[in-house]
Design a protein. Structure first.
Length: 385
């Protein structure tokens, strides 16, 4: 079966040999399983599966395979939306940042895209280009990034209704985004603002669909009514609450019933014996306290592994947990083999995935799992397994 052709641009397990042993194994069935967990958390709601940043670094081909049963896909990049159509995805696609100019409204018509509208300029572009596609009016309830201020919502809705009457736009909906849903009680104030707004809506808008809940809000069920939910990170098997290991705040993905989708794997390409007092790596940041063996892994910051990951960041070598030592370089990481006498050149390494979670690595590096997944370099092959 060697040499089987790649599927939709992603190498399968049987593809031609890769130039380096590093690869990101993508488990499409885990995506589907995590989507099922969203449905269990949000019975009756429809699901916008968020696939921006090329499916959080997993690849658009992967999300079409694994998230095909979602009710729609949501992202921000118009070229990626066009690529989804090329991959024969026929379901609804929502552009979360809306059009960036009038030409994007024309693209929405061409590719059958739904648009989020959050500025008066975007409403003007709708008027100039008959889109006749669903639009979603975004309300700022405290995030203070995108969205109409509460006092500007009703005038915006009136303009949208005028455009509907003129045949410029199709069905309209309402949405907002939570800044602090991952914190206990963090969505309370935003929900209060939302409910006050809802109480002032004209009867003609009262039946419009609404979309509120992100991953954290989905998991905790903090939204009383949401026709559409918008999960992101939970679909990829990471936790919106951060690392939930021993003594750490947050709740692990495993404890939330989520399965890791990406397993970043490589191999040892060299082993070295350090004498006591010898240093390894740029800046000589790690000095061996005693004679010890170290291994060199084919992965570095050019591949998306965080350069700022410190000594002690967990890694799995030959099926056993150990730690990285010294500074991460462009193409290589050095790891502690002191307790792994059987680890040799060619031994398998899991940077993150099934045993060492991406959230655990992110916690050690002082960041979040979202960043690590999205930052995996294009030079790392995505491999369906």
């Amino acid at each position: 079966m060697a040499g089987r052709p790649a599927v939709h641009g992603i190498r399968t397990r049987y593809s031609l040999r890769m130039s380096r042993p590093l690869r990101a194994e993508i488990h499409a069935e885990a995506l589907a399983a995590n989507l099922g967990q969203v449905r269990r958390c949000s019975p009756g709601a429809r699901i916008w599966a968020v696939v921006k940043a090329l499916g959080y670094g997993h690849g658009l081909e992967a999300v079409v395979r694994g998230l095909g049963e979602a009710d729609g896909l949501a992202l921000v990049e118009f070229d990626a939306a066009a690529r989804l159509r090329q991959l024969d995805y026929a379901g609804p696609i929502l552009m979360l940042e809306g059009p960036f100019d009038g030409q994007d409204v024309a693209l929405a018509c061409r590719h059958d895209l739904q648009l989020v509208i959050h500025t008066s300029e975007q409403i003007e572009w709708l008027e100039q280009h008959a889109v006749m596609r669903p639009v979603w009016i975004k309300v700022d309830t405290g995030m203070h990034r995108l969205g109409f201020d509460l006092q500007d919502v009703l005038p915006a809705l009136e303009l949208i209704q005028v455009l509907q009457a003129r045949g410029k736009v199709g069905q309209a909906g309402l949405m907002t985004h939570f800044a602090n849903a991952d914190l206990p009680g963090g969505a309370h104030d935003a929900l209060m603002r939302w409910e006050r707004l809802r109480s002032t809506l004209p009867a003609t808008c009262a039946s419009w669909p609404v979309s509120l809940a992100n991953s954290a809000a989905v998991i905790d069920g903090i939204v009383p009514v949401s026709d559409w939910v918008r999960p992101g990170i939970m679909l990829y098997g990471a936790s919106p609450f951060g690392y939930g290991g021993p003594g750490a705040a947050g709740r692990s993905a495993l404890s939330l019933g989520l399965r890791p989708v990406m397993c970043l794997r490589s191999q040892l390409i060299a082993t070295r014996l350090l004498a006591a007092g010898e240093a390894i790596g740029y800046g000589s940041q790690f000095v061996a306290p005693h004679a010890m063996r170290v291994g060199v892994v084919a992965c570095g910051y050019a591949d998306g592994y965080p350069r700022h990951a410190p000594t002690g960041t967990p890694v799995l070598v030959a099926g056993q947990r150990t730690r990285i030592v010294g500074r991460v370089s462009m193409d290589m990481i050095t790891v502690d083999l002191a307790s792994l006498p059987d680890a040799q050149v060619g031994s398998e390494v899991e940077l993150w995935g099934e045993t060492v979670s991406v959230d655990e690595v992110a916690h050690a590096a002082g960041t979040i799992g979202y960043e690590l997944l999205c930052a995996v370099s294009p030079r790392v092959p995505r491999v369906f397994v």
